[in-house]
Design a protein around this ligand. Structure first.
Ligand SMILES: C[S@@+](CC[C@H](N)C(=O)[O-])C[C@H]1O[C@@H](n2cnc3c(N)ncnc32)[C@H](O)[C@@H]1O
Length: 248
């Protein structure tokens, strides 16, 4: 049976309401080198725009918002889970519980929208990309990172299955919370086998973004892969993580 858009949104809300402030700890990847990496990325995109305001889309525990604290004057964070937002202690951050398909911000307001490990949680991308475009100022930038591309998964399917047996994130969540079922996890991680990033880039161009760039890398998965692959860019299908930068 097909999973509907509503089911995916409901699963995300329910899952992250349960996980709450434990998310970053359980995920285990929000390390110092990853903070430094995201800071580099935000500095790069903030010098292209005028760096007044940033929206952290699908913010979780507020990872991007924290990194952005000294780079942007105004910071907004949106998440579909009210309970995960409630756990963020940051008085300067404007927290908004909302669905990314219906962002309660007026047109042309934001300089940078950052989305980290977020896109693979979306059922489809038309509406969210349209919303990002609408709220960005002219010259504003959409920066998305750390979602796996489907071409990598397809190429290394067997290795990915072995990797997931060893680093079993699903098992960690199931063991930590008895209210989390396998189905809930799978439904919230809707594109856990990869996003079609080439189609997302075509969509961004169609919506009106003037420049869209995409690159693939390994940085931020583990200290081992950081040492092995560094921050180098790889051809599509040869590195798991997708970085998209789009200029309005
Ligand atoms: C994997 S977590 C990433 C959190 C954070 N960006 C980070 O990197 O630590 C994905 C987040 O997206 C949120 N999310 C999923 N679907 C959403 C939607 N439709 N609208 C807003 N937030 C959503 C989830 O609630 C969750 O907090």
């Amino acid at each position: 049976m097909k999973t509907s858009e509503e089911q995916v949104k409901k699963a995300n809300k329910e899952f992250y309401d349960i996980v709450g402030s434990s998310y970053e700890k359980l995920d285990g990847r929000r390390t110092e080198p990853l903070y430094a990496y995201v800071e580099e990325q935000l500095k790069e995109v903030s010098t292209q725009g005028d760096s007044e305001s940033i929206l952290d889309l699908g913010c979780g525990n507020g990872f991007v918002s924290q990194v952005a604290a000294h780079l942007f004057k105004q910071r907004y964070a949106i998440d579909i889970s009210y309970l995960i937002l409630r756990g963020i202690e940051d008085p300067q951050l404007k927290k908004i519980a909302a669905d990314s398909d219906f962002i309660p911000i007026q047109d042309n307001q934001i300089d940078v929208v950052g989305a980290f490990a977020f896109l693979h949680h979306c059922h489809s991308f038309e509406r969210v990309c349209g919303e990002v475009y609408r709220i960005l100022k002219a010259g504003g930038i959409f920066y998305s990172d750390h979602d796996m591309d489907i071409s990598f998964y397809s190429r290394f399917k067997i290795m990915m299955k072995i990797y997931r047996k060893v680093h079993n994130a699903k098992k960690r969540y199931l063991e930590s919370f008895e209210t989390i079922s396998e189905n809930l996890y799978d439904c919230s991680e809707f594109h856990q086998n990869g996003i079609q990033s080439d189609l997302i880039c075509s969509l961004l161009k169609k919506i009106g973004f003037s420049e869209v760039s995409i690159s693939f890398h390994w940085f931020g998965l583990s200290s081992f892969s950081d040492r092995m692959f560094g921050k180098k860019k790889y051809p599509r299908g040869w590195a798991p993580l997708t970085r998209i930068v789009a200029l309005k």
